[in-house]
Design a protein around this ligand. Structure first.
Ligand code: PMT
Length: 403
């Protein structure tokens, strides 16, 4: 089968960080898959890797200077921006993210970026403190909100000697993200309702019951569904994550708020995917004042929250959406998922073993089983975006068989 990148026009912008050397491998992989690749480099990037290396690998001259007559005569920076079907910034330094966020056009890279209408894929790479700086986070949040996609960074040993998040995603992961971005728009026009994150159930004015869900799995599903052409409504419990601007985001706090919004919106959806970790219990009575620590023991009476997914499963819809639930299990994963499939009347249960350190709550990766009425399929271990892609393949295939 033809690779999703075959003959696709990919512009790789290399900005000035030590990870620039990895851009060589990325360009090599993109060319190997049959992509047409052009490269632009900032002055900083050229201190780390030469244009000649990237010219040799991409088989095309590398753009380095807006005001170079020779380069502008061959292919102008505007032509390059118009030519691209995908604009990849790898590595994307803190400075590059700031330039993009502010809409600067003070060098060739930022000028192309401003002129380019192609989807933008950012692979941030920098020192952990630079990455965690609120300015960098705000710049990335703004870019994602405007529609950019981000891959990485990963955590680990950094070239600067620090250990933490900031290492550029591996070229193979960036290649996968490129494939995903240029892949089929097989969910064009379909309406998706996705839930994500935890819920907070108040105990008193300052305390609540919750769980370790970060929202990453649900947000990855929203991103990938959007990329494949779907109209996405994302009901999000409390989380720090940012969603693309063209996702309709509904922020909620409690299970009851999530339920109300889900029941209201589900009849309009083609598919409902419940990735949220909804609190099963809430306080029977929320204390109006802060609970005092007077006794050694404290008993708080809890009552069951409504099960939103089960309620949707039982509902009489004029046109039933495809119903996808998750199962967070620590034992007998497949058996319990199969039971949830029946009990909650779902079309699919995505089961994750949340006792594993690299899957489930909080982490960037997941390992899931797709349990439907006919079979159980294990998806390959991968980033939550990759796993989301696998889940959406199942949904796309089943939506296509419906009238
Ligand atoms: O958010 P992350 O950090 O990325 O972590 C991802 C995840 C582990 C939260 C996600 O992959 C996941 O497993 N989500 C479902 C968690 C959960 O609540 O599982 P459950 O087995 O308790 O619930 C089964 C299904 O019923 C879920 O689809 C859940 O959304 C739904 N449910 C549960 C309780 C309730 N009161 N109402 C519900 O609708």
């Amino acid at each position: 089968m033809e690779d999703a990148l075959f003959k696709r026009r990919i512009l790789v912008a290399v900005t000035g960080g030590i990870a620039a050397y990895k851009a060589a491998e990325l360009v090599r992989l993109l060319v190997k898959t049959g992509g047409e690749v052009r490269v632009a480099m900032t002055a900083g990037a050229q201190k780390f890797i030469t244009p000649l290396t990237l010219q040799t690998l991409s088989q095309h001259p590398v753009a380095t200077d807006t005001f170079d007559l020779q380069q502008e005569a061959t292919i102008s920076h505007i032509e390059l921006a118009d030519w691209a079907e995908l604009f990849v910034v790898a590595p994307a330094t803190a400075n590059a993210l700031a330039q993009l966020g502010q809409g600067l056009a003070n060098d060739l890279f930022s000028t192309i970026a401003l002129a380019c209408r192609a989807p933008q894929l950012l692979a941030p790479a920098m020192n952990v403190n630079m990455w965690q700086h609120p300015a960098t986070q705000a710049n990335l949040a703004l870019l994602v909100e405007r529609g950019a996609f981000a891959v990485g960074p990963e955590a680990g040993d950094l070239a600067c000697g620090w250990v933490g998040a900031g290492r550029m995603a591996e070229p193979s992961a960036i290649l996968q993200a490129c494939r995903a971005l240029l892949g089929p728009r097989d969910l064009d026009g379909k309406k998706f309702l996705i839930t994500a994150g935890p819920t907070h159930e108040a105990l008193d004015p300052v305390r609540f019951l919750s769980n370790r869900s970060s929202g990453k799995m649900g947000f990855a599903l929203a991103r990938q569904a959007l990329r494949r052409g779907a109209q996405v409504t994302l009901i999000a419990g409390p989380t720090e994550l940012f969603a693309p601007g063209n996702v309709e985001r509904v922020d909620v706090v409690t299970a009851e708020e999530m339920r109300k919004n889900a029941l209201e919106r589900a009849p309009l959806a083609d598919a409902v995917i419940m990735a949220a970790a909804v609190g099963d219990y809430r306080a029977a009575k929320v204390a109006p004042q802060k609970i005092k620590k007077s006794d050694d023991r404290l008993a708080i009476e809890l009552e069951r929250n409504p099960d939103i997914l089960a309620e949707l499963g039982k509902k009489d819809f004029a046109r039933r959406p495809l119903l996808v639930g998750f199962a967070a299990e620590t034992e007998e994963v497949e058996t319990r998922a199969a039971r949830k499939l029946q009990e909650k009347h779902c079309d699919l249960i995505v089961a994750n073993d949340v006792s594993q350190t690299d899957a489930g709550f909080g982490v960037d990766t997941n390992r899931v089983l797709l349990v439907d009425n006919e079979r159980t399929t294990a998806l390959p271990f991968g980033s939550k975006d990759e796993v989301a892609g696998g889940i959406l393949d199942w949904v796309a295939a089943h939506l296509s068989t419906r009238l």
